[in-house]
Write a protein that binds this ligand. Structure first.
Ligand code: MTE
Ligand code: MO
Length: 204
């Protein structure tokens, strides 16, 4: 079974972008790792190209109910990049930031999956700008809002911190197979966030 519940296959690749599309020039592009790591670093475009490249074919599942099968992708495994950053013992999560201000959160474990890439190729060409080119995160195991386009930095944290859509009603985990589309209980989610800040809950 390749189609998660509540999804329909699509042949074309829709574009979903909240807000204006940032324009990102490879001459100025960089990807920075910072936070709860022993070796913060930044990659320029040539550095990314010099790393071990992988090619894979992935199924992509958007929370708006389309699934695109067999998308060819090329790029670098995030696991390899994380290894170089040497996350500290307390590190548990990442907040991924994009050019233009988008963000999304993931557990470090999810970023270490084999098929999680910083992708810069799609089909047989460079990743198109509207799909996040020059480079985007791809996390096939989660709904596609976790796959940040125009990726700029990966912040390693010792706690979980919701990103743009996770703060705006989407589920914190986004597993397509169990249809984790939206927060089943927004009050409980906001309560978790308040506790992280040491703030009391208002009455329900
Ligand atoms: N930077 C950025 N990344 C993003 C988004 C966005 O608005 N900005 N949208 C997300 C959402 S909701 C989806 S469904 C996918 C869509 O990717 P696509 O446009 O390549 O299909 O990108 C995700 N990554
Ligand atoms: Mo989406």
């Amino acid at each position: 079974m390749r189609l998660p519940p509540g999804q329909s296959p699509t042949v074309k690749w829709p574009v979903l972008t909240a807000g204006p599309q940032p324009s990102v020039d490879v001459a100025r592009w960089s990807l920075t790792f910072y936070g709860e790591i022993d070796e913060p670093y930044a990659l320029r475009w040539d550095d990314l190209q010099a790393l071990e490249q992988v090619e894979q074919v992935s199924d992509l599942h958007c929370v708006t109910r389309w699934s695109r099968f067999d998308q060819a992708l090329g790029g670098v495994r995030v696991r390899d990049m994380l290894e170089r950053a040497r996350p500290r013992a307390a590190a548990t999560h990442a907040l991924v930031h994009s050019y233009g201000g988008y963000s999304t959160n993931l557990p470090l474990e999810a970023l270490r999956d084999d098929d999680v890439l910083i992708a810069h190729r799609a089909g047989d060409g460079p990743l198109a700008a509207e799909h996040g080119g020059p480079a985007r995160l791809v996390v096939p195991s989660r709904y596609l809002w976790k796959s940040a386009k125009w990726v700029q930095s990966i912040e390693i944290l010792d706690h979980d911190e919701p990103g743009f859509w996770e703060r705006n009603g989407y589920h914190n985990d986004g597993d397509p197979w169990t249809e984790q589309r939206t927060h089943a209980d927004p009050y409980a989610f906001r309560s978790m966030r308040r506790r992280a800040r040491g703030v009391d809950d208002p009455p329900r």
